[in-house]
Design a protein around this ligand. Structure first.
Ligand code: OOB
Length: 553
């Protein structure tokens, strides 16, 4: 087994569980000691001819069985080793949802390399920041998609990050190299890595600052996938549609791609989550489970009205990544049947699920309960003292699959953890009976107007209760008299007359009617066609504030 001394600098800047915690988790039998890629090689041994992955891409669907996927991954690993990759090398991976994503990810893992899981929407600022902070030696991406040429990004990246030795391209490589394959009979693949070492680096999903690398070990990520598969009662007969960007923790392992492979199920990959395309894919492949962010879930709910495709094979539709409003959760069930599940998770670890047999009313109003009894969750006030159940506070968490520190992220990121190792999520939550959580907002997402703290989420939720408002974002804008004034950006509902803005007076009247205090009422309303979103589709408040500030300058 390859240990920390033989993986270059991989272990530098990685914060493992302290000994006592590691001991307690392994005594409890939580970790099975497999490398992440063994999920697939194990399935290939027991179920070689079962479908493992289908690429629903534009060239027509292409399916690989478990034995074909395992072989392709070993050939890719051999190619990468022959090209000079060594165990512990960090490699930035940026591929759209495709069979190539699956093969290349498994190939990297099999070669002992550590992929940095960036999303297709990341651009040079995020990619170069991540590549240099983890000392990446290679970048793997594809030629071009949806009018964006990743080869140009690759060329700029080479100029900016001198340590980056190689670029490999799926498709037409242009000035770069194709992703290599080789005969695994001719090249020695490395032994298994110590499962307590990082298997891959996820990217933090925050809406402030640049993304931070998150090291997830073989042990903790296998646990993440396996426990998630249990909670969602996944079996070999399930067909999981990866419709969100596959490198994100939610579609990757909650239970997502790895959870589906862990039970011998079938993963279908699409890079187009819009209903006109995705509904046909669901019908064609008999998809049973998928995961969406709330904005997409809203679109899917509405699309059941006009899309002809039959999506009745779906038994579970997971929604997470940002808050799903209660009205939207109810509408989803009404349109698609009682198949919605709320998922509140984070790349840093903790995943909460509503359970399959929970009363629908609980599924509609809560974001779920932690998946493991070993998840140690606290809800605290600003002094770090626990608040009683039902009161709002910041969520802190420690647990077997939650990190103890960001990977190589320096001083500032250290504030994200308490001295005794809890991750400070920055999420404001209330704990209900049975450990269920409702997310009420972000701790620091407030507007300070004339000395009063106004929680953005509170105003946003009341705004979306208006029949003409589909989405809302509230941000503070610097103001000479008030300090900050409350600016609301709203997207109108599908049935609102197009081109007609929502008036400030109407918004204030409506919110007052709902009993909102006068100091929380917006000072301005902008009707916009859409809100800026992050790479996974969360409303991007950083971008919003910058836009508003530019307008005011
Ligand atoms: C998921 O992971 P990340 O790392 O992209 O973002 C985590 C943050 C959380 O701290 C929270 O602020 C927000 O996203 N969030 C939610 C939420 N799910 C995530 N806020 C309200 N309600 C929810 N249901 O987003 C993620 C990872 C795995 C599974 C699901 C989501």
């Amino acid at each position: 087994m390859i240990g920390a001394d033989r993986v270059g600098g991989l272990a530098d800047g990685f914060a493992p569980h302290p000994d006592a915690a590691a001991h307690r988790y392994s005594e409890a039998g939580l970790f099975d000691g497999r490398a992440l890629w063994q999920i697939v090689s194990d399935a290939a041994r027991s179920n070689p001819d079962a479908p493992a992955v289908t690429d629903a891409g534009t060239d027509g669907p292409r399916t690989l069985t478990y034995s074909e996927l395992d072989d392709a991954a070993r050939s890719r690993a051999a190619g990468l080793v022959a090209a000079g990759l060594e165990p512990g090398d960090r490699v930035v991976l940026q591929l759209n949802n495709s069979a190539a994503f699956a093969i290349t990810l498994l190939g990297l893992l099999r070669a002992g390399a550590v992929p940095v899981m960036t999303l297709p929407a990341h651009r040079i600022s995020e990619i170069s920041h991540l590549a240099s902070s983890v000392d990446a030696v290679a970048y793997i991406t594809e030629d071009a998609r949806r009018g964006y040429d990743y080869r140009e990004l690759a060329s700029t990246l080479r100029d900016r990050v001198p340590g980056l030795r190689q670029v490999f391209i799926d498709g037409d490589p242009g000035d770069h190299l194709p992703i290599p394959d080789a005969d695994p009979a001719e090249i020695d693949l490395p032994e298994q890595m110590d499962p307590e070492l990082p298997a891959l680096l996820l990217v933090s999903g925050g809406t402030t600052g640049l993304p931070k690398p998150i090291a997830r070990t073989h042990n903790d990520y296998v646990l993440n996938a396996v426990l998630s598969a249990e909670v969602t009662r996944l079996g070999a007969g399930d067909v999981y549609l990866a419709a969100l960007p596959a490198a994100h923790n939610f579609p990757l392992a909650c239970p997502g791609i790895f959870g589906t492979w862990a039970v011998g199920g079938h993963v279908v990959m699409t890079d187009n989550p819009s209903p006109d395309s995705a509904f046909d894919v669901i019908e064609a492949h008999g998809v049973t489970v998928t995961a969406l962010v709330p904005a997409l879930a809203q679109v899917w709910t509405a699309a059941t009205e006009w899309e002809p495709a039959d999506v009745s094979s779906l038994r579970l539709l997971q929604v997470g990544g940002s808050k799903l409003g209660q009205a939207d959760a109810e509408a989803l069930d009404a349109a698609l049947g009682p198949i919605g599940q709320q998922v509140f998770g984070m790349a840093e670890g903790l995943i909460c699920y509503t359970r399959l047999d929970d009363p629908r009313e609980l599924v509609h109003r809560s974001q779920g309960a932690p998946m493991s009894e070993f998840d140690d969750v606290r809800v605290v006030d600003e002094n770090g003292d626990d608040v009683p159940d039902g009161a709002e506070g910041e969520l802190l968490v420690r647990g077997p699959y939650t990190i103890r520190g960001y990977y190589r992220a320096g001083e500032q990121a250290a504030n994200s953890f308490t001295p005794d190792g809890y991750y400070r999520s920055g999420d404001a939550v209330r704990r209900l009976a049975g450990g269920y959580l409702t997310v009420t907002g972000r701790i620091k997402d407030t507007v300070v107007r004339a000395g009063e703290n106004v929680a953005a989420d509170d105003v946003e939720e009341n705004l979306t209760a208006h029949p003409s408002i589909r989405q809302a974002a509230v941000v503070g804008v610097p103001d000479p008299d008030l300090g900050e004034r409350i600016s609301a950006l709203v997207v109108v509902s599908h049935d609102h007359p197009p081109g007609q803005p929502i008036e400030l007076s109407e918004v204030r009247r409506f919110l007052t009617g709902r009993g909102l205090a006068a100091f929380k009422l917006p000072d301005e309303v902008h009707t916009v066609p859409s809100l800026p979103v992050t790479a996974i589709g969360k409303v991007d408040k950083k971008a919003l504030r910058a836009e508003l500030q530019k307008e005011n300058a």
